[in-house]
Design a binder for this molecule. Structure first.
Ligand code: ZN
Length: 303
């Protein structure tokens, strides 16, 4: 009897044993974030390469992107609960890329609603094996399964929680993806931009649209916000916008010039180096692909 109990306890401990060593960073009086590494997902970071943030709304937390796995979401939640113990009002998924939302299952197990763009139903097949599952360790992925948002948005929406206005801006054009949501808290002068904003690694244009993305960044630049928090990178003031914006503008201009000068795509991919970004993380894996993707976007006509 004692022995089987001991085996059961050991087995339970092993099942929940994976730990990331997450530590929250205080962004301002109301916001804490876990900032991921400037890397692609692998068996070393186990998906801890993405940002996950918590907003103190007084009596409830708002969660912006629950992170890459069930274990991550649970651990982040334990860390935040140690700062202030209160329930979660809602979880927001900024977009469909799985490093940002595979933690949904943890919050759904607590009975919390998850809000995300209607694009989830078109872009995510919940029965497919996820990118995360293919690339990280089994231990870290244990208990994770793809759980889509329970409330889908196809337009702007405003929540009022504990007297705080939370504006969910449904970007009405393709930017980083076809369903980006920005979370704007006017009272706190804070905006969460998901992957419309990267500041420590190059963005990927693969699922996006360069013109829509630049337009969205220009809209954010015109807003009266002090804190700008992206999906990747730990800059949290307006300067957080600069890397992505500068990169996209230069990339658009260089590719446009190549097309106008009848430079073919293969030559353009080799020639457009943009050396001022060559030391930014993931340049070697992302940049040439971005040139190619943007060339194909722009060759069919640009405004
Ligand atoms: Zn993304």
């Amino acid at each position: 009897m004692m022995k089987s109990l001991w085996i059961l306890l050991t087995a339970t401990t092993l099942l929940s044993a994976f730990e990331y060593g997450l530590k929250p960073e205080k962004v301002n009086d109301n916001v804490y974030c876990f900032f991921g590494k400037p890397e692609v997902m692998n068996t070393k970071n186990n998906g801890n390469m993405v940002n996950s943030c918590f907003v103190d709304l007084g009596n409830k937390w708002l969660v912006i992107d629950p992170g890459p796995t069930f274990a991550y979401a649970k651990e982040a939640w334990n860390e935040i609960s140690a700062i202030k113990k209160m329930p979660v009002a809602s979880v927001i998924n900024t977009h469909v890329h799985d490093d940002h939302w595979l933690g949904n299952g943890f919050y759904l197990s607590l009975g919390v609603d998850v809000l995300g763009a209607a694009a989830f139903t078109e872009e995510v097949n919940p029965t497919a094996v996820t990118r995360m599952e293919q690339r990280i360790s089994k231990e870290a992925y244990a208990q994770t399964s793809p759980k889509l948002p329970t409330i889908l948005l196809d337009q702007n929406s405003t929540l009022h929680i504990d007297g705080t206005e939370v504006r969910l801006i449904h970007v009405d054009t393709k930017a980083h993806t076809s369903g980006d949501i920005l979370v704007y808290l006017p009272k706190m002068q804070t905006i969460f931009c998901g992957d419309v904003v990267f500041n420590d690694r190059l963005p990927s244009l693969r699922d996006g649209d360069i013109s829509g993305w630049i337009g969205t960044l220009e809209m954010i630049k015109a807003m009266p916000v002090e804190y700008v928090i992206g999906g990747h990178g730990d800059a949290v003031k307006r300067v957080a916008l600069d890397m992505t914006y500068g990169y996209l503008i230069e990339l658009r201009d260089e590719v446009r010039a190549a097309i106008e000068n009848d430079v073919g795509i293969d030559v353009a991919v080799k020639a457009i180096k943009m050396p001022s970004y060559s030391s930014v993380a993931l340049y070697d894996v992302m940049h040439a692909q971005n040139v190619e993707v943007v060339y194909r976007m722009l060759e069919w006509g640009d405004e």
